[in-house]
Each structure stands twice: as C-alpha cells, then as structure tokens.
Design a protein around this ligand. Structure first.
Ligand code: AMP
Length: 277
C-alpha cells in the first residue's frame, strides 16, 4: 500500500489507472468508513482513500483541534483491507494560496446542518472537488450518515459535468444502534446512553409511518418527546432530493436529526419506508 502526501505524486499514481474507487475520510477510521472501502474493493479495480481533517469545513469554536487523529491505527486498517493508495496531504499542500471555493446557491446547503454550520458545505464541496480533480475516480463512495453532504456532492457532480458515479452507502451502527462516528469518542458513558434515544426515535418514526401516520408534524412531535434527554438542534422530515420539508410524508421521506449529547453534536437519519435503519 502506497502512502502519498503530495499532489504531484498522487496525480502520477492515478494517471495510468482507470476504474479507481475513491473514499474520502477524515481518518479515525471505524467500521462505517471500512464499509465504504469494502464496497469500492468489490466494484473497482483500485481503491484510493484520503485521510485529511479538512480545516475549511470546521467553523470557529468547532472541534477541528481536538478531532481524533489516529493515523497509525488507520494505516493498519487500510493495509488489512488492501487499499491501493492512501492520500495523506497536509493543510499547506491542499490550501496554499487557495482563493476559489465551491458553493451552491443556498437551496441545499442552507438547510438542515447548513443552518447551524455556516460555511461547512463550502469547505466540504471544495475539498471533495480538489480530490476528484487530483484522483479522477470513476466512482466515489459516501455514507448516507451525512445525508445532506451526499445530496450536495451528487448535485455538484451533476452541475459541474463530472464523470464520477457517486455511490451512497448505508449507515453502519454499533450493536446498540448508535450510528458510528469519529465524534462518538467524545461521549461519556451517560451521554452515550442518552444518545441511543436517536436510534429509538428513528425506529419509532418508521413504525408510525408503517401504521399509516402520514402527518409530518405528528411524527416530529413524537420524536421530539423521545429525544428529551438530548439538546435537539433539528428534527426534520424532508424530500430526499430537494431536502425541502414535507407536510405529508411518503415512503421516500427522510427523517434527519441533529442533537447534542453534552457538547457532542450527533447526526443521524433514516428513510421512513425502508426496512433497514
Ligand atoms: P468522515 O471521516 O466523518 O468525514 O466520513 C467519511 C465518510 O464516511 C463519509 O462519506 C461519511 O458519510 C462516511 N461515514 C461516516 N460514518 C459512517 C457510518 N456510521 N456509516 C456509513 N458511513 C459513514
């Protein structure tokens, strides 16, 4: 496995290859990340993974400094999955004299997480477009856990006419139902217990839908009640493509939640009419 830190070398490595599957990550790899890599391994000839804690997607006062960085352990996991190449650039490599950023018109990035994390998706889209241009993958894999991110990247690829298939991957959860996240390491025992209510609430929302409750307001009210031990940032029932709020839900409606357990911000979501969470 190749560990590359410069753009020149990364471009060179990719230049004679087609069928590259790309998995962008911020490291501190868990089974959620690994499931994306496994899909790329299955479908693509080569798998390239980036490990980069992208400063431009963190706002002031967010956890950029304390974000867990566990490169040595990450490398062991990536080696065992037989990843072809790891791109591990530093900030200067990615942002030296950088002046142009990618933004949408606000219709997608202004909703959900974007309301509370201004500039976050500008940072995400910019770094992902840079990676796409350096690696030129045929496919790129993104977790549905960051649902808004997936929708924005899919739209960027369409609007910028990139020949990259964006593959959404299901959310991987711990055995207790908590969606895996690098930020789960911040949780105390009690906070983690409280955080399990997110999974319970999403399950309840699906159950209500299955029992023919179609009124968004009623489902949200129930979920709000179940999340009372957390500080809720938003609970929304949205159209899966436009992210617009639904008044009456259907099987494709996504329930998206962001809530704080102590100081840790957690996000999760589910599709109301799908069997898996
Ligand atoms: P991150 O390192 O948090 O930026 O995540 C890198 C990629 O892994 C993103 O596409 C995430 O959506 C995805 N991811 C993170 N957690 C999970 C999870 N629990 N299940 C599936 N994908 C995930």
């Amino acid at each position: 496995m190749n560990i590359i830190s410069t753009i020149k070398e990364m471009k060179y490595f990719c230049s004679d290859k087609t069928d590259i599957g790309f998995v962008p990550t911020m490291g501190n790899l868990h089974n959620g990340h690994l499931s994306l890599i496994e899909q790329s391994n299955k479908r693509d000839k080569y798998t390239v993974v980036s490990v980069f804690v992208n400063p431009s997607q963190f706002g002031p006062g967010e956890d950029y400094d304390k974000y867990p960085r566990t490169f040595d352990e990450d490398i062991k996991k990536l080696k065992s999955l037989k990843v072809d190449s790891v791109f591990f650039p530093d900030n200067k490599t990615m942002y030296n004299d950088h002046k142009i950023y990618v933004i949408d018109n606000g219709n997608l990035s202004g909703k959900l997480c974007g309301k509370y994390r201004p500039g976050h998706f500008k940072g995400v889209l910019t770094i992902v477009l840079k990676f796409f241009n350096i690696i030129k993958p045929g496919r790129a894999y993104f977790g549905r856990k960051d649902y808004q991110q997936f929708v924005l990247i899919k739209k960027m690829v369409k609007d910028f006419n990139l020949d990259i298939e964006i593959v959404p991957c299901r959310i991987i959860r711990d055995s207790d139902g908590l969606a895996l996240s690098s930020r789960n390491t911040y949780l105390t025992g009690q906070e983690r217990q409280n955080a399990l209510s997110i999974n319970r609430a999403l399950t309840e929302a699906k159950k209500m839908y299955k029992n023919n409750e179609l009124i968004a307001e009623k489902i949200i009210k129930e979920v709000e009640e179940l999340l009372k031990d957390l500080k809720i940032q938003y609970i929304e029932l949205i159209d899966p493509d436009t992210l617009e709020n639904k008044v009456k839900v259907d099987r494709k409606t996504v329930m998206a939640v962001a809530a704080f357990a102590g100081k840790t911000r957690l996000i999760d979501n589910t599709v109301l009419g799908e069997d898996i969470l």
